[in-house]
Design a protein around this ligand. Structure first.
Ligand SMILES: *Cc1c(COP(=O)(O)O)cnc(C)c1O
Length: 425
């Protein structure tokens, strides 16, 4: 077994031995991850069976997309999985950012205020909100924004949240995953408590959760603990690596419909939207998602233990509970960040011969380096690593459609750092 790492992937024996030693200590942890995957697999299966999914649902529609039974049933399956009244699951939602924008702009009206009760939101939200001036932002439509900072230890500042809620507060957006930040991600339980607190102060406020990267990591989703809407991308967890594009919004019927009127048009809403040929991939991807997520999680835990043992700060730590698949490693220098990404790229099934370089990206305010050799462009449920070139040079590593691939990616990243003399073993 070891030989294939040495012979075909240029891994040094020393790197491999170091990795093997770490893996020996991870059996129990991996067992827990498998248990969660089993539970979530059954959850998805039972939602599909409850809708009597049949071969007819795998056909798509063209043109207006009226009466697309596959699309409509897929939305019911998502509602079943997330335990919500309704869902909007569409290939026309181009990304997680778009899904969030549709959910926000469909449900906020001029004069309303959007609140982030848990600090700064994902980079691309700056332009949606209008923090960075942008044409078509919520700000241009007279929707204001307020933010309650987190406490220094990364937990919710309940007093600050309370002070931030006012007559105008209409929608609260909570981001489950840390994204490109070094704060901890929030567990579903933490989010549930925050929502209960907010509803205690203002019951009619809409609580939305940016669920990107969180789906199927725990047995429950935020929508089971009070979230009125959960929103995410299909080229992350719930697409299972097969969905070629798309996003979802699951939640209360009224809020999902409001989002649909924004996505398509007032008056049309959910009734239209051709699925072309993607229904089979959407269903099969969702079906595979729980086990795909478990492979990615194992990769993340492995990374945390590997780099933790080398003395790097990892968020979350190797022993911490997980609520998303993102692993941050604070690499401290741009050389290490670039070498890490080079290793991930070299482990890819597609474009393994490419060397990633840093560049400016729309929506991000510093240069970003990205490693991805994905079947689906930009898919980050596939093995990928990225990081903005700014101190503390955090690399954010995520995905891996299979555990063996995630494992190779980690070993190859370490090999790159080792070869360049950027770490000592
Ligand atoms: C990925 C992500 C988004 C949306 O990103 P897209 O690249 O537009 O899909 C939003 N929030 C978080 C926390 C994310 O991880």
């Amino acid at each position: 077994m070891d030989n294939i790492y040495l012979d075909c992937f240029g891994i040094d024996k020393k790197v491999l031995d170091f990795a093997s030693d770490i893996l020996d200590g991870l059996k129990e942890r991996f067992n827990d991850i498998d248990n969660t995957a089993e539970y979530n697999q059954l959850k998805v299966l039972s939602a599909m069976q409850a809708e009597n999914i049949s071969e007819a649902h795998l056909h798509g529609s063209t043109g207006y997309g009226y009466a697309d039974a596959g699309r409509d049933s897929l939305e019911k399956v998502y509602a079943g999985v997330f335990k919500t009244e309704d869902a909007l699951v569409r290939p026309q939602i181009v990304s997680g950012t778009h899904a969030i924008n549709v959910a926000l702009s469909g449900n906020l009206r001029p004069g309303d205020e959007l609140l982030s009760p848990a600090g700064r939101l994902y980079d691309t939200m700056d332009e949606i909100i209008g923090i960075r001036p942008s044409s078509g932002s919520l700000k241009e439509y007279g929707i204001s924004y307020r933010q309650a900072e987190l406490k220094d230890d990364g937990t919710f500042d309940y007093e600050a949240v309370k002070r931030s809620i006012n007559d105008k507060t209409r929608l609260v957006s909570i981001q489950r995953s840390k994204g490109y930040d070094s704060r901890p991600s929030f567990s579903v339980k933490d989010i549930g408590e925050l929502i209960a607190f907010i509803k205690g102060i203002k019951p009619d406020v809409i609580c939305m959760v940016d669920n990107c990267y969180g789906e199927f990591v725990e047995k429950k989703e935020p929508s089971e603990l009070g979230a009125d809407m959960v929103v995410g991308s299909l080229i992350k967890n719930p697409g299972g690596g097969l969905a070629p594009c798309g996003g979802y919004i699951a939640g209360k019927k009224e809020y999902v419909e409001n989002a649909a009127y924004r996505l398509t048009s007032p008056g049309l809403g959910k009734e239209v939207g051709a699925t072309l040929g993607v229904n089979p991939l959407m269903y099969q991807g969702l079906f595979l998602a729980p086990t795909v997520v478990s492979g990615a999680l194992k990769g993340a835990v492995f990374a945390a233990e590997l780099y933790g043992r080398l003395g790097f700060k990892t968020v979350p730590g190797g022993k911490d509970e997980r609520t998303d698949i993102i692993q941050a490693v604070e690499l401290g220098t741009s050389e290490r960040l670039l070498a890490f990404c080079e290793g991930i790229q070299a482990a890819a099934p597609v474009d393994s011969f490419v060397k990633p370089v840093a560049d400016a990206m729309p929506g991000y305010d510093s240069e970003v380096v990205m490693a991805a050799g994905a079947f689906v462009q930009g898919s980050s449920i596939e093995l990928s690593a990225d990081g903005p070139l700014r101190p503390p040079y955090n690399v954010f590593f995520q995905g891996g459609l299979t555990w063996p691939h995630a494992k190779l990616g980690m070993i190859k990243s370490l090999q790159c750092l080792y070869e360049k003399g950027l770490v000592e073993l």
